[in-house]
Design a protein around this ligand. Structure first.
Ligand SMILES: [Zn+2]
Length: 304
């Protein structure tokens, strides 16, 4: 067969170039599609984005009437066995995720009191805490115990609030002062900001790294309705805490305890007190003899 000379000279190279461009573009498209697909399969949580989307903003608030109050535990009505697990000083490289997993397996939400510089170092772990429905509190940037000026206290708290917000989209009014210290200036700043100051009633002392069995006994022994359990996911090797956690959960559950977050715990107290106040108002007031303005809780009538 005779092939036209001009066809070989002009058309064939054109066809070849067009074909190779098409193949190249197609292969690019396919490889990108595969990359997107692989990314979607490996995506552990929904919030694993560098930017926080406006619709993902979360607020961890305490009831308004508890603003600036300090809590060692919640004051619940008799028989109400609610208790809160709290984990301090994280997020950390491995232990935070291990604790989240145990909580998830047991269908429990807990409260994580995070250090600002650790949120900066381990942003993914901070996101994982939120993605699994847990709560965050502001545990300052450096976890210092020293005396602080209002300016230093402000930078410790506000820088931490900013990194928590930028990383997870969460804003919190929970302030657990490092070491439970209330008089070094940092808690005073948080109180001025109307935060709730959160301490604890059940200290695991897990930072001393006792055996898991000791941790279980210690936490269970101090457990009380409305209690706040202090444990740590950060600040050191927390493998004993991780090892003890499943048994702490199962033992307390056998005793009838239900696990809640700190905002939930305070909401329960608030609701009960509101109900109690409503009941009280139904009782007719006793007539005042003097007709004065004194109330039973006036500082003037106190003995001490
Ligand atoms: Zn701490």
């Amino acid at each position: 067969m005779k092939i036209n000379k001009s066809f070989i000279l002009w058309r064939l190279p054109l066809i070849l170039i067009t074909a190779s461009i098409s193949i190249f573009a197609y292969s690019l498209l396919v490889s990108k599609w595969h990359r997107v697909e692989a990314l979607a399969q490996n995506q552990p949580i929904k919030t694993a984005k560098s930017q926080v989307e406006p619709q993902n903003h979360i607020y961890f608030n305490i009831p308004t009437k508890f603003a600036s109050s300090t809590f060692y535990q919640a004051d619940l009505q008799k028989g109400e066995k609610y208790i809160a697990l709290t984990f301090d000083d994280g997020p950390a490289a491995h232990f935070t995720d291990q604790i989240i997993k145990i909580l998830h397996q047991n269908n429990i939400k807990a409260t994580f009191f995070m250090i600002g510089e650790n949120v900066k170092t381990y942003p993914q772990q901070a996101k994982n805490v939120i993605a699994n429905g847990n709560v965050i509190g502001n545990h300052t940037w450096h976890h210092w115990y020293r005396s602080m000026s209002p300016q230093l206290a402000a930078s410790e708290i506000e820088n931490t609030a900013n990194i928590i917000y930028k990383t997870t989209g969460a804003k919190t009014t929970l302030f657990p002062p490092p070491g439970g210290i209330l008089d070094n200036g940092v808690a005073a700043y948080a109180k001025n900001q109307k935060d709730g100051i959160i301490i604890w009633s059940d200290d695991s002392e897990d930072w001393r790294r006792p055996a898991a069995s000791t941790l279980v006994k210690r936490v269970v022994k101090q457990a009380t309705p409305g209690g706040i359990i202090l444990m740590h996911d950060g600040g050191g090797n927390r493998s004993n805490t991780v090892a003890a956690l499943p048994q702490i959960i199962s033992t307390l559950r056998q005793q009838g305890y239900k696990f809640v977050t700190i905002p939930e715990l305070l909401q329960i107290q608030n609701k009960e007190q509101t109900v109690a106040v409503k009941k009280e108002t139904k009782i007719p007031p006793t007539p005042s003899v003097s007709g004065g303005l004194k109330t039973p809780f006036s500082p003037l009538t106190r003995q001490s």
